[in-house]
Design a protein around this ligand. Structure first.
Ligand SMILES: [Zn+2]
Length: 179
């Protein structure tokens, strides 16, 4: 089913803007409570990420449940799009990762991939590609930005000693226009 048919260009633009504003506001709210990776985690992730990403991405555990679902997500759900902030283990808001439970290394890896995507695309373009991916594919798991993060997370989980560059991989997806 092609979901894009039921969304007008102005709908899409509005969702992109609302998502970007939501990310920005939530990032500001959680940044003061966020902390960097531990030295052990930095060492474990070093073969895969740049120092800049590892040094600037901060993590924050929210103790009172998942991030509150914004109105535009409720509206998308009503229109048949499958996405739930409550089902996510963590959400990456540019350089701040918010979770509501302790995260294992592979989930942290996944969120760091999103941090690289933000760094390379910028907030506006990230939101644009995320929303368009969601509306074209119809569900969260199929958004190319998510599928890519998931693939790299799996690759890392399967064999953490097999080194690869997340930034090179994200750049390749950008160059090939796959997001
Ligand atoms: Zn993700």
């Amino acid at each position: 089913m092609l979901f894009t048919n039921s969304f007008s260009d102005s709908d899409v633009l509005r969702y992109v803007n609302e998502m970007a504003s939501f990310i920005k506001a939530q990032r500001e709210a959680f940044a003061p409570q966020a902390a960097p990776l531990s030295p052990e985690e930095m060492a474990a992730f070093k073969p895969f990420f740049s120092e800049a990403i590892l040094n600037t991405t901060q993590f924050c555990k929210k103790t009172d449940g998942p991030v509150e679902t914004p109105d535009f997500v409720k509206e998308l759900n009503d229109r048949g799009i499958a996405i739930s902030l409550e089902r996510m283990e963590a959400v990456t808001l540019m350089d701040v990762v918010v979770s509501y439970r302790d995260l294992g290394p592979h989930i942290r890896f996944h969120e760091l991939v999103h941090a690289v995507q933000y760094q390379k695309l910028g907030l506006k373009q990230f939101a644009n590609k995320y929303v368009r991916g969601l509306l074209t594919r119809g569900s969260y798991e199929k958004i190319p930005l998510e599928a890519s993060a998931h693939l790299l997370e799996e690759k890392f989980a399967k064999n953490p000693s097999e080194i690869f560059s997340v930034e090179a991989d994200v750049q390749r997806w950008i160059n090939e226009n796959k997001f």
